[in-house]
Design a protein around this ligand. Structure first.
Ligand code: UDX
Ligand code: UDX
Ligand code: ADP
Length: 480
């Protein structure tokens, strides 16, 4: 029986290993983590991450061929294939602070693998890491190996949160990079055999190590770039009277461009896009390619601009002040169907509004009060981020209340900001909401999910990203 161990039971490791266990009954899969609370949660009825469909997969395999454990060393030493899926945050201090990936967790995992291994192993890089990390890891492993042979593979994960199970069941492609040697090829084939249990052969691509590593950074950079492109256009639409939905639709009909990932928004978030682009920028700079670095930096600058622009629009529309006005924030997660708030645009928008002394009442169906308070008090690394302000003072945090219902959040509010596209926000009783708000009542839709005409008929003043402006908004000061 092939044994797989995955180090890191997070958003990537957990769902990926659960699906491997489901699809490969002949393989024993252990997911290990140093965090006791995370492993306890994986072994309970309340999984540590919210992901549609995940519960069912875990329930089917847990205790049979899927195990969650904190006994990292035991499971690593027994495994034939070790996936490493630990976190690789952006460095906050020292060389490359604010841009380079922090590989501390990766390095300590690699040293541990070398330390406890008693048999040859395939070590698979699963977390996104800078190009040439595999080479560095290989050096750590071989220099500490005591004669044991390690083969390093890069197998980046392309799942998106909220659709992780679907993406894992039916991936566009699985990418496996390895050394171009007979041993490297053997390792590639061994990992390919795992995925071949359910992924069609033609979707399993094999490349050299560096192509696989760079493809992951490139894919995320291209996706983020599409959003920044459409968001840049949304500003021009508002200025000219064009409608971003019509423009996106028309542009996406070109088969060379395609219709997906062209939704204008308050900005992209998530653990990957910004981090991976910063990483790419850093790698370009280190390789003497400042023009290429500058090109990709713009994707993040436009994203910051879009969040800033949204805050300015809210404040300008409401007579240039939101001081002490209650503003309802609907949605805090970085996208729907997840409770994840890493790099969510809601953090920057809320901080911007708090900077103008607003009182916020926040509702998100999946994010806890604790998480929101932590996010709003956290200090961010300061890299050209006009919106990443200093930590909030305790009085500012008092300006924030977190409630468990959209109606409660909007009661007596002057304005509503929709920051996550949760389905339930489309079907709220907006007439009831309007009746309980201060007048004039404003809605700022950062995700283009509401029916603007219906809301205008009710009496709202409505702003939606990239849509023709209400007469009211046109009369207010220009928003840069
Ligand atoms: C992303 C990649 O899609 C995935 O392949 C990779 O493995 C990890 O990073 P994820 O961050 O989970 O996945 O979600 P994604 O659906 O890509 O959305 C990222 C952000 O972009 C979200 O904030 C989302 O709201 C925003 N977005 C997405 C838009 O603003 N407009 C769009 O058209 C699409
Ligand atoms: C373009 C648009 O494609 C067309 O829709 C519009 O109506 C007019 O402008 P055209 O300029 O005739 O058409 O040719 P196109 O095939 O788009 O190529 C433009 C340039 O991009 C060429 O120099 C081509 O060699 C280059 N190109 C194209 C690349 O370098 N790489 C590619 O992948 C595609
Ligand atoms: P991702 O979104 O990439 O999955 P997460 O932060 O959700 O990232 O998960 C990474 C997990 O890796 C965390 O649960 C963390 O505790 C775990 N981890 C980090 N370093 C180690 C290590 N050396 N050994 C075991 N687990 C680790």
């Amino acid at each position: 029986m092939v044994k797989i161990c995955c180090i890191g039971a997070g958003y990537v490791g957990g769902p990926t290993m659960a699906v491997i266990a489901l699809k490969c009954p002949s393989i024993e899969v252990a997911v290990v983590d140093i965090s006791v609370s995370r492993i306890t949660a994986w072994n309970s009825d309340q999984l540590p991450i919210y992901e549609p469909g995940l519960d069912a997969v875990v329930k089917q395999c847990r205790g049979k061929n899927l195990f969650f454990s904190t006994d990292v060393e035991k499971h690593v030493s027994e495994a034939d294939i070790v996936f490493v899926s630990v976190n690789t945050p952006t460095k906050t201090r020292g060389l490359g602070a604010g841009k380079a990936a922090d590989l501390t967790y990766w390095e300590s995992a690699a040293r541990m693998i070398a330390d406890v291994s008693k048999s040859d192993k395939i070590v698979v890089e699963k977390s996104t890491v800078p190009v040439k990390t595999a080479e560095a890891i290989e050096k750590i492993l071989t220099h500490n190996s005591k004669g044991i042979k390690f083969q390093i593979l890069s197998n980046p994960e392309f799942l998106a949160e909220g659709t992780a199970i679907q993406d894992l069941f039916n991936p566009d492609r699985v990418l496996i990079g390895g050394r171009e040697t007979p041993e490297g090829d053997k390792a590639i084939q061994a990992l390919k055999a795992v995925y071949a249990h359910w992924v069609p052969q033609e979707r399993i691509l094999t490349t050299n190590l560096w192509s696989a590593e760079l493809s992951k950074l490139a894919a995320n950079a291209f996706l983020a770039q599409r959003i920044s492109s459409v968001n840049a256009m949304s500003a021009l639409c508002e200025a000219t009277g064009a409608n971003i939905s019509e423009v996106s639709y028309a542009v996406g009909k070109d088969t060379r461009i395609g219709p997906k990932f062209l939704n204008a928004s308050v900005g992209f978030g998530g653990s990957c896009f910004q981090k991976d682009i910063l990483n790419l920028v850093y790698i370009c700079e280190c390789n003497g390619l400042p023009e290429v670095a500058e090109y990709w930096k713009q994707v993040i600058k436009i994203n910051d601009y879009q969040k800033n622009r949204f805050v300015n629009r809210v404040v300008a529309s409401m007579f240039n002040t939101v001081s002490n006005k209650k503003i309802a924030v609907l949605g805090f997660a970085f996208k729907k169907d997840t409770g994840d708030t890493r790099e969510t645009p809601a953090i920057d928008v809320c901080k911007g509004l708090l900077g103008d002394k607003a009182r916020l009442s926040i509702y998100d169906p999946q994010v806890t009060e604790d998480q929101i308070q932590r996010d709003l008090t956290m200090n961010k690394f300061d890299w050209d981020h006009p919106l990443h302000l200093q930590p909030m003072s305790p009085t500012t945090v008092k300006q924030v209340s977190v409630v468990w219902d959209a109606y409660e959040a909007t009661k007596d509010a002057h304005g509503i900001c929709i920051l996550t596209e949760w389905d339930e926000f489309k079907t709220l009783d907006y007439k009831k909401i309007y009746d309980n708000m201060q007048k004039p009542a404003f809605i700022f839709d950062g995700r283009n999910i509401v029916d603007m005409d219906k809301l205008r008929d009710i009496g709202f003043i409505v702003y939606s990203i990239g849509k023709p402006l209400d007469a009211w908004l046109k009369d207010m000061p220009a928003v840069a």
